[in-house]
Design a protein around this ligand. Structure first.
Ligand code: TXA
Ligand code: MG
Length: 391
């Protein structure tokens, strides 16, 4: 329900934390801070001007609501009670947290799970947080730095991911600086994020309960909780969906580097250089991302002359048009074979290739049936990709 802490005033980190908390309380410029999933861009969720500062810094569409980060269940209860009952009502022990969420909170908080809750009529939350919806998303982050920051600020923090709108979420402080330099004053650097993809978002207020965004908590894990046996997937991540997404954020272009991303589904053979050129034409700069099976070599492909030898498949007119003989710069990033490390490195890899000027990025997809993290990785890759190669 609540917890106490004591900071060592001798530590420089303490001073950074205190000054960040001071900004959150008194300024309308948001503060970037690490969580276990990705870096967040926080503001006092109860002050409109502060929350508007988030939308401004990110250039985020105003109809996309924010997640409220809390450091204790008591703090969450304050956001759920109508104002008349803000103290303890008649000594009664009515708990405003809906029962459906109790097993989830018990099992997954603090951690990468966001739950949708009803906004009371006279909510303390600034209206900009919910973008006019009757619900708000809340989570208790699993990062100690984030928890202490919320405690010090003494207010719930509205915080989306700290990227510029449409870019991949930041997983190290440098990503935040790259996107938001000049727009914000403070970034708390907690090193690389443990998880690397954003939280699972669930809606337990509708029947049956649903998952609005896949993340670190899997559908199987949710199904083991009382009341969640029939949880359904409420997100669509293939591009052909015509349904209005339930999480407003899911309708926007996302995780997009400047390059065109081509996603190969797991079990497709590793692309061959010649075929890539054949299919997509010569480019000045190409990136590849190896995950579980591909082993495109870093060195051998560092520079490859294109245009000379294109094999025999040039019989049709389009393919036989002259190809420039310029050098093509190729950059290969290997994320490791293990799903958790792929998730941790994914956004960094997309950003890295972008910085190197890649015009196309070919990514080895993974089997999303494998589990929560794999499903979250494939969901983010689909949103980044313009082309999908299925087997
Ligand atoms: O891991 C995370 O969740 C990170 C860290 C910083 O906590 N935050 C994050 O926030 O990813 P953001 O704003 O980038 O994504 C929030 C998602 C969006 O898709 C948004 O539409 C959805 O949650 N969402 C927020 N409030 C909602 C609501 N009331 N109803 C439906 N969807 C909501
Ligand atoms: Mg985001």
């Amino acid at each position: 329900d609540d917890w106490e802490f004591k900071l060592d005033e001798e530590l420089i980190d303490t001073h950074h934390l205190q000054s960040a908390a001071h900004s959150l309380k008194h300024s309308d410029v948001p503060v970037a801070f690490p969580t276990e999933t990705v870096y967040g861009l926080g503001a006092d969720a109860t002050r409109s001007e502060a929350v508007k500062g988030i939308y401004k810094a990110k250039q985020r569409p105003v109809d996309n609501p924010l997640i409220v980060h809390i450091s204790s269940l008591n703090q969450l209860r304050q956001l759920l009670r109508p104002s008349g009952q803000r103290g303890i009502a008649n000594g009664a022990t009515f708990d405003p947290i809906p029962d459906i969420y109790k097993p989830l909170i018990q099992k997954f908080w603090p951690g990468p799970l966001t739950i949708l809750l009803p906004t009371p009529n006279d909510s303390r939350l600034a209206p900009e947080v919910t973008a006019g919806l009757k619900t708000f998303g809340a989570r208790m982050p699993g990062s100690l730095l984030a928890m202490v920051l919320i405690k010090l600020a003494g207010v719930p923090l509205a915080a989306p991911s700290a990227n510029a709108s449409t870019k991949p979420s930041p997983t190290v402080a440098e990503h935040v600086k790259y996107d938001l330099d000049g727009r914000i004053d403070t970034i708390l650097d907690g090193g690389p994020c443990d998880v690397g993809v954003e939280s699972t978002v669930v809606d337990g207020l509708s029947t049956p309960p649903s998952i609005l965004r896949p993340g670190g908590v899997s559908i199987e894990q949710l199904r083991q909780c009382v009341g969640w046996e029939n949880v359904v997937i409420g997100y669509k991540d293939s591009s052909e969906t015509g349904l209005a997404p339930k999480a407003p954020g899911m309708k926007y272009r996302h995780y997009s580097p400047k390059a065109q991303v081509v996603l190969y589904h797991a079990n497709n053979p590793q692309p061959e250089w010649n075929k890539v050129i054949e299919e997509f034409g010569p480019r000045k700069s190409i990136g590849f991302i190896n995950t579980k099976k591909w082993n495109l070599p870093k060195e051998k492909m560092a520079t490859t002359a294109i245009g000379s030898d294109r094999g025999e498949s040039q019989s049709n007119d389009a393919a036989s048009s002259p190809v420039t003989s310029s050098e093509s710069k190729v950059c290969v990033i290997s994320l490791g074979r293990d799903t958790e490390s792929i998730a941790r490195g994914l956004f960094s890899a997309l950003r890295d290739l972008d910085k190197r000027g890649a015009e196309m990025i070919f990514v080895e997809g993974i089997d999303e049936q494998e589990g929560a993290t794999a499903a979250a990785v494939m969901n983010r890759l689909r949103k980044a990709a313009e082309v999908e190669i299925r087997d």
